[in-house]
Design a protein around this ligand. Structure first.
Ligand SMILES: NC(=O)c1ccc[n+]([C@@H]2O[C@H](COP(=O)([O-])OP(=O)(O)OC[C@H]3O[C@@H](n4cnc5c(N)ncnc54)[C@H](OP(=O)(O)O)[C@@H]3O)[C@@H](O)[C@H]2O)c1
Length: 431
């Protein structure tokens, strides 16, 4: 790469992130040139609507005729900030890589589905495909997993990767209000999308986890390997009980090496109060990476928003300006292992269990019998009663045991006519 001339950047997508990138490139041009060894110059932009009001830094940048023209232009790097798993974003990234342009993207949905194929395409064409902003926004965890935490390997990555869910859970605890009420407020405040399902259903966390697991374990990102559960079923009561037991509920993405394979899941987890992950509040994100003998590392910061996300995109651009190309997931794309979902025996932990039952004689004994039959032993228990024959909550913390054993017991318990609705099961996780 010729490093005596500016790095020429074409940027598609001029919304929240694109606007932030344009602003940062202009505001810190001198410093970025010094860091990158040459100027970073925004030479061409594109979005859907030319008439829309944009950041002032975008006012004098020429527009490409279309996305295809951008991929064929004389830019060195194409920045894809459109979003979406397929469609325009995928076409642009593929065409740009084929045209031997480096690509920077913040698009986790795209990479979760096409990451391995696009990594191979980047390598074949000798260009970079960088995605720091795609997982945990402004937190530089992609680079840390790709380049830094390699001497001792990584045993486990756990992350709070979705600010919307963390905000909702934090507010539910602070106010005692229901998931639905807090979600409605979050939508009014702009912290949750009008269609919140990708966030609250855990899908967005799964996209990001697939990338972190790819980097940490050298496996091909594949959503099929991730068991995903969201936070809709979490009640204020669960949050209160968690606190009584000394825990806080967080939606975690967890990828862990087990003797049975890499276990990957997204689910609400009980994290002990006072540990770093338990203390991550509101819209913040965090990642804990356990790096073998080097020990645990903890990263916390803003996982979304204009400036944090732009920070990550610009860091990738400076890397490229310096000539740091490297393989996309830290090893050759051909070395990324295609794995299967970890079998049920890969999952063991202690569990929080909540049952709504009729307050009748023998109910507790029935539940305890089913748990014992499946070799699930109970560490502690709380029962909150109202009156004979009314619904009460029984809450238990189990000793460490296989998740499959707990599920077997719950299936049997659910069939009882004294148990109301579905029992709630939440694993304990290291924070
Ligand atoms: N926002 C965040 O905090 C954040 C954090 C991490 C990662 N990301 C990722 O960053 C990417 C961009 O997010 P964003 O929040 O900036 O989105 P956004 O505000 O909705 O902006 C999207 C931009 O893409 C343009 N666009 C949409 N469809 C297009 C098409 N077919 N052809 C050309 N341009 C098109 C839009 O054009 P118009 O402006 O003309 O409508 C808009 O400028 C996504 O992949 C997102 O997941 C975002």
């Amino acid at each position: 790469m010729n490093t005596s001339r500016p790095l020429r950047i074409a940027m598609a997508g001029l919304g929240t992130v694109g606007g932030g990138v344009a602003e940062a490139l202009a505001a810190r041009a001198g410093e970025l040139a010094s860091r990158g060894g040459r100027a970073l110059e925004l030479v061409s932009v594109f979005a859907r609507d030319r008439k829309k009001a944009r950041k002032k830094e975008l006012a004098n940048i020429p527009w490409a005729d279309d996305l295809a023209a951008m991929a064929k232009s004389d830019a060195d790097v194409v920045v894809e900030l459109i979003g979406g798993e397929n469609g325009a974003a995928l076409s642009l990234v593929e065409a740009s890589l084929r045209a031997k342009k480096h690509v920077v993207t913040a698009n986790k949905a795209l990479l979760a589905s096409h990451g391995t194929k696009l990594a191979a395409l980047a390598e074949q064409n000798g260009v970079a495909l960088k995605f720091e902003a795609a997982a945990a926004g402004g937190i530089p965890v992609v680079k840390a997993l790709r380049e830094s935490l390699i001497a001792h390997g990584v045993d486990a990555v756990r992350g709070i990767l979705n600010g919307t869910c963390n905000y909702i859970l934090t507010q539910m605890e602070a106010t005692g209000r229901s998931f639905e009420d807090v979600l409605a407020d979050a939508q009014k405040l702009g912290y949750a999308e009008a269609d919140p399902e990708l966030d609250v259903g855990g899908g967005d966390t799964a996209h990001k986890l697939s990338l972190l697991a790819g980097l940490a374990f050298g496996i091909a990102p594949d959503l099929k390997n991730i068991t995903t559960q969201g936070i809709r079923h979490i009640t204020p009561e669960d949050i209160r009980f968690a606190r009584e037991f000394g825990y806080r509920i967080k939606l975690l993405g967890v990828a862990r090496a087990t003797p049975h394979g890499i276990d990957q899941r997204v689910q609400p987890a009980m994290v002990r109060l006072g540990t770093p992950l338990a203390d991550v509040d509101g819209v913040f994100n965090a990642v804990r990476a356990d790096a073998g003998a080097a020990g645990p590392f903890f990263f916390e910061g803003r996982g979304a928003g204009e400036a944090p996300t732009a920070s990550a995109v610009v860091a990738d651009l400076v890397d490229i300006a310096r000539g740091s190309i490297g393989p996309v997931f830290g090893r050759p794309a051909s070395a990324l292992k295609a794995v299967s979902p970890a079998p049920p025996e890969a999952r063991t932990s202690a569990f929080y269990l909540r049952f709504k039952v009729l307050d009748l004689p023998g109910v507790l004994a029935d539940i305890a019998r089913q748990l014992a039959r499946c070799e699930v032993s109970i560490e502690s228990m709380i029962q909150r009663g109202r009156g004979h024959g009314e619904a009460v909550s029984i809450v238990m913390i189990t000793h460490e045991c296989p998740q499959a054993a707990v599920e077997r017991a719950l299936n049997a318990i659910e069939g009882s006519d004294k148990v109301i609705g579905q029992p709630c099961m939440i694993p304990m996780e290291a924070g």
